[in-house]
Write a protein that binds this ligand. Structure first.
Ligand SMILES: Nc1ncnc2c1ncn2[C@@H]1O[C@H](COP(=O)(O)OP(=O)(O)OP(=O)(O)O)[C@@H](O)[C@H]1O
Ligand SMILES: [Mg+2]
Length: 480
C-alpha cells in the first residue's frame, strides 16, 4: 500500500495547477494572436482586392464614360475614382458597424511616402516597413507594439504595385484629371511609374481587446482544470483516510498480540518470583510442624512464624500488583524514573536471564525522569532484551552479556542497550523495525517485537529509536 502525505500532495497539486494556468495563459495568448493575425490579414487582403477592382474595372469604365463625352472632360470625384478614399470610407463604415455590435475595433491606415492627402503620410516606423516591401524582402509584417502604455497588435501588407490605370492620376499632373489637380494641387502623388510600390495598408488592434474577447474560454478552461484538481485531491483524501483507518486497526491488533506475548512473559515471571517465597512458606510450615511435634511451639514462636509467613505472602501479593499495574489498559500519562523502569524490565525477565546465565549490567549514569507511559517503556525494553536473549541461544554465545546505560548527551536523555550476540547481518539494518520482519522460525518469532518497540517509543512516548552494529554485537539507542 502506498503512503500519502496530504500536505505535500496539496502543495504539489497547487504548484502543478499554477504551472498549468501559466501554461494555458501563454497558450491562449499565442492562439489568440494567431487567430487575430489571420483575421487581420484577411481584412487587408480583401481591402487589396477592392483596390484592385477599382483600378482594373471601375476606373476604366468611368474614364471611358468621360471619353465618350457622357461625363465632362477633366471630371474627378474621389468618391468613385480614388481607391484610397474609397477603401478608407469602407473601413470607416466597417469599424462603425463593428462598434455597434461591440466587436473589436480596428484602426485602418494607408501609409505612403508621397501621398496626396497628408494624413496618409508614412511615419518613420512605417517607412522602414514600406522599404522592406519595396525590396520584396517580406510579403506581410506583423508585430506587437506599445503605444501610450498599451499593447497593440499591428499587421501591414503592401498594396498592389502601380499599374497602367494608375498612371492617369499618378504620373504627370498634365494628364491627370483637371478637377483632381484643382482639388489636391500638382505636387504630391505624381511622377510615379508602373511597378512602383506606392503604399501599404495596416491594421492596428488593441491586444487587450483581442485577449478579453477570448478570456471567457481561458477562464472556463482553468475552472474545469480546477475542478479536476479538486476531485483528484478529494480522491487522494479518501484513500488517505481509508489507509489511516486500516493502519490504526492493524496497529491495535499488533499491540494486543504483543501484549498477549508479554502477558505470557508476566505469568512466567510471577511464577519465578513466587518460587522463592513459596519455598520459604513451605519451610516455615515444616519448621512449625517440627516444633509442635517436639512440644517446642510456644506462643511467641507461633507468632514469629506467622509474621514471617505474612511477610512472604505480602511480597507475593505485591509482585502481582506490580505486574498488573504495568499491563493495565487505562493509561494516564505519568512522570517516572528511568531507573525504576529498567529494574522492572529486569525483574520481568529475571527468570529467563537466570536460566540462560545471561549477565545483565545496568549503568545508571543519570537517573532522569520522563513523562509518558512507563509500562510501555518496560514492554519496549523487554522486547529488546528478549531479542538479545534469543540471539544468544540461537548462536550459542559464550559469556552472554547485556548492558543497559542511561546518560545525558547534548541535553537529550539517552538509553542504550547493547549485547555481545554477534550483531545484525540484515541490510539495511532498519528493516528489523518493519512489522512481521523476522529471521526466526515460524513458531518462535512473529517479527512484531521491534515494530511495537518503535511504535511505543516514537508514537506514544515522543522518543526516537535507532540501532547500530558494534564489534561484538548490536546497540539500540533510545533518545528522549
Ligand atoms: N540483538 C539482536 N541481535 C541480532 N539480531 C537481532 C537482535 N534484535 C533483533 N534482531 C533481528 O531482528 C529481527 C526482528 O526482531 P523482532 O523482535 O521484531 O522480531 P522477532 O524477535 O523475530 O519476533 P517476535 O515478534 O517474537 O519478537 C529478529 O528476527 C532478528 O533477526
Ligand atoms: Mg523479538
Amino acid at each position: 500500500m502506498f503512503k500519502i502525505n496530504l500536505r505535500i500532495s496539496a502543495i504539489l497539486l497547487i504548484m502543478l495547477y499554477l504551472i498549468m494556468v501559466g501554461f494555458f495563459y501563454n497558450f491562449y495568448q499565442h492562439l489568440v494572436v494567431k487567430d487575430a493575425k489571420q483575421e487581420v490579414v484577411n481584412i487587408l487582403n480583401t481591402t487589396k482586392t477592392i483596390r484592385k477592382y477599382i483600378e482594373n474595372i471601375q476606373k476604366p469604365v468611368i474614364y471611358s464614360l468621360e471619353k465618350r463625352g457622357e461625363l465632362h472632360k477633366g471630371f474627378f470625384d474621389s468618391r468613385i475614382l480614388s481607391s484610397t478614399y474609397i477603401v478608407d470610407a469602407i473601413h470607416h463604415m466597417y469599424t462603425n458597424s463593428q462598434k455597434l455590435e461591440h466587436k473589436i475595433p480596428y484602426k485602418f491606415k494607408l501609409a505612403a511616402t508621397n501621398p496626396r492627402n497628408p494624413i496618409n503620410k508614412a511615419d518613420d516606423f512605417e517607412k522602414k516597413i514600406l522599404e522592406k516591401f519595396r525590396q520584396n524582402k517580406i510579403k506581410e509584417f506583423s508585430t506587437i507594439i506599445k503605444e501610450n502604455g498599451k499593447n497593440y497588435f499591428y499587421v501591414a501588407v503592401p498594396i498592389e504595385r502601380n499599374q497602367k490605370s494608375c498612371m492617369k492620376c499618378h504620373s504627370s499632373p498634365n494628364i491627370a484629371p483637371k478637377e483632381l489637380v484643382q482639388m489636391y494641387g500638382n505636387r504630391a502623388g505624381f511622377y510615379e511609374k508602373v511597378g512602383d510600390l506606392r503604399a501599404m495598408i495596416s491594421l492596428k488592434v488593441p491586444l487587450s481587446h483581442i485577449i478579453s474577447a477570448h478570456i471567457r474560454d481561458f477562464l472556463i478552461t482553468i475552472f474545469i482544470a480546477l475542478i479536476v484538481f479538486i476531485i483528484f485531491y478529494i480522491f487522494l483524501y479518501i484513500i488517505y483516510k481509508k489507509n489511516l483507518k486500516l493502519q490504526k486497526r492493524q496497529d491495535l491488533l499488533l499491540l494486543n498480540q504483543n501484549k498477549l506475548a508479554s502477558m505470557g512473559e508476566m505469568i512466567g515471571n510471577i511464577a519465578h518470583q513466587w518460587k522463592q517465597p513459596l519455598a520459604q512458606l513451605s519451610f516455615i510450615l515444616v519448621n512449625m510442624e517440627l516444633n509442635q511435634e517436639r512440644g517446642k511451639l510456644t506462643q511467641e514462636k507461633l507468632k514469629e512464624k506467622i509474621d514471617e509467613a505474612n511477610d512472604q505472602i505480602s511480597y507475593m501479593s505485591n509482585t502481582i500488583d506490580d505486574f498488573r499495574n504495568f499491563f493495565s489498559s487505562v493509561k494516564p500519562k505519568e512522570t517516572y524514573n528511568i531507573k525504576n523502569v529498567i529494574i522492572m524490565a529486569e525483574q520481568l525477565l529475571s527468570a529467563t536471564l537466570n536460566k540462560n546465565k545471561i549477565e545483565l549490567g545496568i549503568e545508571i549514569q543519570e537517573n532522569f525522569t520522563l513523562n509518558g507511559y512507563p509500562n510501555e517503556i518496560v514492554q519496549a525494553l523487554v522486547n529488546i532484551i528478549k531479542n538479545a536473549n534469543d540471539t544468544f541461544l540461537e548462536r550459542n554465545i559464550n559469556n552472554p552479556k547485556i548492558t543497559i546505560k542511561t546518560f545525558m548527551q547534548d541535553s537529550k536523555k539517552v538509553v542504550t542497550i547493547e549485547d555481545n550476540a554477534g550483531g545484525i547481518k540484515i541490510k539495511p539494518i532498519d528493516k528489523i523495525f518493519e512489522p512481521y520482519f523476522t529471521t526466526k522460525q515460524s513458531n518462535s518469532g512473529t517479527g512484531i517485537g521491534l515494530y511495537m518497540t518503535k511504535m511505543i517509543i516514537e508514537k506514544n512516548n515522543e522518543g526516537a529509536i535507532s540501532v547500530k552494529n558494534l564489534h561484538t554485537g548490536v546497540m539500540f539507542i533510545i533518545i528522549f
